[in-house]
Design a protein around this ligand. Structure first.
Ligand code: G3P
Length: 218
């Protein structure tokens, strides 16, 4: 499963990229607004920070012609860019157009397998299935992920199922169990994936024993 970082914060991208475990970055209008920098400069800096990674940048228009104009502009900035498009009627039409032109897309704000079916049929590269926002309102966000993975596999769609709106490591565990292709998460959750109390206590004991013996390397 690929790991994407969900952020518009360049310092966070650089920190995670240094670990060598992220395959891309997802942004959205909220995250870009929070970054305090311009859209294009932020996205380009993220592309440079994650060489070869898939970097999602979202259109903000909601009418087809304006969405297409924005999408072509965004896609022209860098070959690593994936155009993020909301799952609305002109959005699905836009994904068809961009797919025909060889431009990669990430269809966002997907909550059901039927929405995912439309995205897959339009040729979406990634289908961003939001889980945390469903759990927030007492639903089971991962259910649509499981259904969408099954659909993609059963019918041979090329789209990758991307688990978004990840709130904690259990979402990552469940995404793995569901066979999702990608999970995107904030840096706080990615950091949590490192953590286990037995790792900390085990390392402390190794180092205490080593130092007590007065050993050195080399
Ligand atoms: O970028 C899409 C998604 O990951 C947003 O997550 O936490 O705002 O529901 P969240």
């Amino acid at each position: 499963m690929k790991l994407f970082l969900d952020t518009g914060d360049l310092a966070e991208v650089r920190e995670a990229a240094a670990w060598g475990v992220i395959d891309g970055v997802t942004t959205n209008p909220t995250l870009i607004a929070k970054s305090g920098r311009g859209f294009k400069e932020t996205v380009l800096a993220i592309c440079e920070a994650v060489p070869g990674g898939a970097i999602s940048a979202e259109v903000v228009a909601t009418e087809y012609d304006a969405m297409l104009k924005e999408a072509l502009e965004i896609a022209s900035w860098h070959p690593q860019i994936v155009v993020k498009v909301p799952l609305i009627e002109p959005g699905v039409r836009l994904v068809n157009t961009l797919t025909e032109r060889g431009i990669r897309t990430n269809v966002t704000l997907v909550f059901t397998v039927t929405q995912a079916l439309l995205a897959a049929k339009a040729g979406a590269t990634y289908i961003s299935n939001f889980v945390g926002r469903v759990d927030d309102v007492s639903g089971d966000g991962m259910e649509a992920v499981r259904e969408t993975v099954a659909m993609v596999e059963e019918y041979g769609f090329e789209s990758e199922v991307l688990v978004a709106s990840v709130r904690h490591p259990k979402h990552v565990v469940d995404a793995l169990a569901a066979g999702a292709h990608v999970s995107t998460m904030p840096l706080s959750v990615l950091r949590q994936l490192f953590k286990h109390p037995l790792t900390d206590s085990g390392l402390k004991r190794f180092l205490d024993d080593w130092n007590a013996a007065g050993l050195t390397i080399g």
